[in-house]
Design a protein around this ligand. Structure first.
Ligand SMILES: [Zn+2]
Length: 316
């Protein structure tokens, strides 16, 4: 039910705020969770477009008591500084997630570092250059909040249990209370969360994510509210479907491997085709690599590292 110009009532005490994005799924959902002392705002949109926080806050019946960040991707953390300024509320972010957030968005050499890493994965110079350029552009409008209150999985935030749901991001957190999951991007429909391998990330993000999906199936919440797309009425079934999608994709990637070493970049052409703009090619390579590393972890592929870079073969 639409409550006002900006807010949609998911159920009593849970409001959804949908903000525009220039690319990808074109929107991101933030949530307001009602508590005794006001509202908890979950995620903050991108810093690029100005969010009319004053107007939005005027539609609430109580102040925002805290801001909770699910993960450090631009569309979730990029508006944190502005949201904190508008509300005067403290920002809460996971310890691991904040460490990666500061490294990626708060250090000037990150785009060059990422480009060098992608080059080791076989990426062409044109794509590496594009990565550097777009990395600096992005870093300019990701305005995360410095020095947030750090939270750990297992803690509670105003009665909501903090869950660690790694995969889409290493330090991704979700909130769970009374069968309601505020999932961030850990569980989405109809799109499938991107699971990519990146420099300085945990070694097997797809393995982490498969564990997360199993955990969400066991948790079996009544409903899940995600960062993009639709409300999920059967979260356990959705988690199982996403797990099967990755099982199929693992079979596909395994079938692309031979005794001839191949880079993640080369395998990404088999998996995602040749016609991708550089920005999407980056996600395609990262997604291909997360599947290759999962195959290596379970003995279904081998990795070779030398001065030419990283390459993969069929299991020897
Ligand atoms: Zn997102």
């Amino acid at each position: 039910m639409k409550l006002s110009e900006h807010l949609f009532v998911c159920e009593p005490g849970i409001l959804r705020l949908t903000l525009p994005l220039p690319s990808g799924p074109k929107h991101v959902h933030c949530y307001f969770l009602r508590s005794e002392d006001g509202w908890t705002l979950v995620d903050t949109g991108l810093g690029l477009m100005e969010t009319p926080w004053e107007e939005i806050l005027a539609e609430l019946d109580a102040p925002v008591a805290r801001i909770f960040i699910t993960h450090m991707h631009p569309d979730h953390v990029g508006g944190a500084e502005a949201a904190a300024a508008a509300t005067g509320a403290p920002v809460l972010q996971g310890r691991l997630d904040y460490a990666q957030c500061e490294r990626v968005w708060g250090s000037t050499d990150w785009p060059e570092h990422v480009a060098a890493w992608f080059t080791r994965q076989g990426t062409t110079p044109a794509i590496a250059d594009e990565l550097i350029e777009s990395g600096h552009v992005f870093a300019d409008f990701v305005r995360f909040a410095w020095n947030p209150t750090l939270v750990e999985p297992g803690e509670t935030v105003d009665g909501w249990e903090v869950l660690w749901v790694p995969g889409h991001a290493d330090g991704h957190l979700a909130l769970h209370r009374d069968g309601v999951l505020i999932a961030g991007d850990s569980l989405l429909a109809p799109i499938t969360p991107a699971i990519g391998l990146y420099p300085e990330s945990r070694p097997d993000p797809l393995g982490d994510y498969i564990e997360t999906l199993h955990a969400l199936e066991r948790l079996a919440p009544r409903v899940s509210y995600g960062g993009h797309g639709e409300t999920i009425e059967e979260p356990a079934a959705r988690a199982a479907a996403i797990r099967e999608h990755h099982d199929e994709r693992l079979d596909k990637v395994e079938a692309f491997l031979t005794n001839e070493p191949r880079s993640g970049f080369a395998v990404s052409y088999d998996l995602f085709g040749r016609e991708l703009p550089p920005i999407q090619r980056r996600f395609a390579i990262a997604e291909t690599l997360s599947h290759l590393e999962r195959l290596v972890a379970v003995g279904r592929a081998s990795r070779r590292e030398d001065d030419r870079g990283t390459a993969y073969t069929a299991a020897s």
